[in-house]
Design a protein around this ligand. Sequence first.
Ligand code: ADP
Ligand code: MG
Length: 367
Amino acid sequence: ATPAATMVGTSIGAQNGVLFKGGDILERVRDVDTVVFDKTGTLTEGEMSLTDVVALGPATDGGALDPSADGDTPDPAPDGGALREVDDGETDDDGEDASADADVEADAETTVLRLAAAVEQNSEHPLARAVVDGAAARGIDVPDAMDFENVPGHGVRATVGGDTVLVGNRRLLEDAGIDPAPAEETMHRLEEEGKTAMLVGRIPGGSETEASDATGGAGDGTDETSAAGEVIGVVADADTIKETSAAAVSALRERGIDVRMITGDNERTARAVAEQVGIDPDNVRAEVLPDGKADAVEAIQEDGSKAMMVGDGVNDAPALAAAFVGTALGSGTDVAIEAADVTLMRDDPTDVVKAIRVSDGTLAKIK
Ligand code: ADP
Ligand code: MG
């Protein structure tokens, strides 16, 4: 293109909220044959809210249940989503301890959310903020946590009332020696709804006797000092898919562009979201670790594909740099915008199509 045409294109782009970092970028975009979207904050609004809190019965109810359990790993009934009493049987002498099942269930859920929020209040992650806000909205008093630790791509952990509490994905719990299986059915159901479900695990604290944790609540069944950790519940956050995401995907596909998605979220949630926006589930790479997105883009480009990566987060920056064209959302993090070649000021996925049309001149013709 002539310098004049490039200037016109750049300016038409700018009028449409599509900022090209230079004339050479404008020309590059024309050759894009693959568009890779980040999920959270790019195809979705990135504004999570807490939707579900599920309490799972403890594996060993104060040691009283499950006489059949052989050895150290008691086998909780695999009734995933079912709520079970969390009370340890020896009443906490506050006489009015709930006896009605409904109350016990509500208590158990409150305990799960209280512990999850206690850990998450130390995290900046959008998933975390939704949990903390959800606890506040339900009037739950959230205790302090100590020794907070972020495990990138997997979750968070901290000490609450003497116990170690973990909130995150299956890997996070497995790595801590906790079997997430009792929560599998619940996780499965929530993920199929496109929600991000997080396991809440607890490892009873060392030898603190009567660590009747600062969280209050009716006995929480952790008196057994030697007990192994277990999954006590699940919390789930949901995000809203952007109104224009599906239109963007279909317009790109109509142009013959291969549309893909990369996310750190789990496979099932990712596929549910992909399906809703019209991306082929086989084109989804899920459970990509924060520092693995660039590798994922390189893998896509290995066959000579020219990929435009579209993202917003700190995690996306290396992938934006690795892509043939990196495109950041205007509301994205500074790091992402810096690493990108194109910025979409309106955060609208359909502006990816505009960027391509400006580049190949079809938008100019329409104007
Ligand atoms: P994304 O690409 O969606 O931003 P991340 O790499 O940040 O994903 O996180 C991947 C997964 O790790 C999340 O889907 C969640 O299961 C878990 N995770 C990360 N941070 C947290 C957190 N603060 N609390 C709970 N789970 C978390
Ligand atoms: Mg994102």
